[in-house]
Design a protein around this ligand. Structure first.
Ligand SMILES: Nc1ncnc2c1ncn2[C@@H]1O[C@H](COP(=O)(O)OP(=O)(O)OP(=O)(O)O)[C@@H](O)[C@H]1O
Length: 295
């Protein structure tokens, strides 16, 4: 299998672009949960399961014995104070931590029952199945069309397929088609920030992943653009599973079905339905964090 595919390059570039500062936690005492969608009910399979997951950077432990079952076709939000390990957890799922020399992972991280850290798992193939969207929109310096087609071409799937149709499908899936259909040959870099982020989502879904990881995908965007991404996330879960890190607790309350609360030390303190986390959490520390008493 190729060791240098589009996602490999996407992540290379993205890693360099994710070092920006966060947008800061918005801590409010009154956070209403408004999931206005129908995908909050009914049974769903576990797609990602961590069991006793520890992650270290050198001697420093960033995640401590994390066990969690993340359901498919849902939005799962990761919240918690800065440095509590949210991004580390996200990177553990598609083995992006492999790229950090000091990072070491112990314990299990299963995707559909398969430990992704088994020797026979190809991390590049894994990242095709578990795509990622980053904090800062990072289109390639290519046309809109080529940004979306890139992954399919590098995977060798473009020959013999209707590439135009695939590009259109991905752009429609990212709610961008109507805005760009007459300028597909123009640079992706000429789009607005919000459009660029939706282009990155189109690029991620073009190769047909099952899971989309999002690390603060709206923190670099204005409120209107952020709201469009939130609407889009709500639609994406019909086809994909979305796992999102956000500093914005209102955003987690608005868009997620499940919420995981990490606290300092890399401990997953509570994981439950989003309404329960925000309205009736079990753990006092979660309540204190949600209500702004610490964090
Ligand atoms: N590449 C790295 N090398 C060494 N330590 C790291 C690295 N990345 C993260 N860490 C450390 O691991 C811990 C968890 O960091 P991580 O970025 O996962 O937290 P976070 O909750 O996502 O933080 P934030 O909300 O500020 O983005 C922190 O102490 C951080 O300093």
């Amino acid at each position: 299998m190729s060791s240098n595919t589009s996602n490999e390059q996407v992540t290379d570039e993205s890693v360099n672009e994710t070092d920006g500062t966060s947008d800061g936690a918005i801590i409010e005492t009154d956070i209403s949960v408004d999931r206005g969608s129908s995908h909050t009910t009914g049974h769903t399979e576990t797609i990602v399961r961590a069991e006793g997951l520890d992650v270290y950077y050198g001697d420093d432990q960033a995640l401590d014995n994390v066990t969690i079952e993340i359901p498919e076709h849902r939005v799962t939000a990761m919240i918690g104070p800065s440095g509590c390990g949210k991004s580390t957890f996200l990177r553990s799922i598609n083995r992006m931590n492999d790229r950090i020399p000091a990072a070491r992972v112990d314990g299990g991280l299963h995707f559909r029952g398969k430990n992704v850290y088994d020797d026979d798992v190809d991390p590049v193939a894994l990242r095709r199945t578990i795509g990622q969207v980053f904090q800062s929109p990072n289109p390639f310096p290519k046309s809109i069309y080529d940004n979306v087609a890139y992954g399919l071409r590098v995977q060798g799937k473009a020959d013999g397929m209707d590439l135009d149709a695939a590009v259109e499908r991905a752009l429609r899936g990212a709610a961008l088609w109507d805005e760009v259909k007459d300028q597909l040959n123009e640079s992706g870099l000429d789009l607005s920030g919000g459009q660029q982020q939706r282009l990155c989502i189109a690029r991620a879904i073009a190769t047909d992943p099952e899971v989309i990881l999002m690390d603060e995908p709206t923190s670099a965007l204005d409120p209107v653009a952020a709201s469009k991404i939130e609407d889009l996330i709500n639609e994406l879960v019909d086809e994909y599973t979305v796992i999102i890190v956000t500093h914005n607790m209102q955003q987690a309350a608005r868009i997620s079905d499940k919420t995981a609360v990490f606290l300092t030390g890399g401990e997953l303190v509570e994981f439950d339905d989003t309404a329960t986390i925000f309205e009736d959490p079990d753990d006092d520390r979660v309540e204190n964090y949600i209500t702004g008493k610490f964090g």
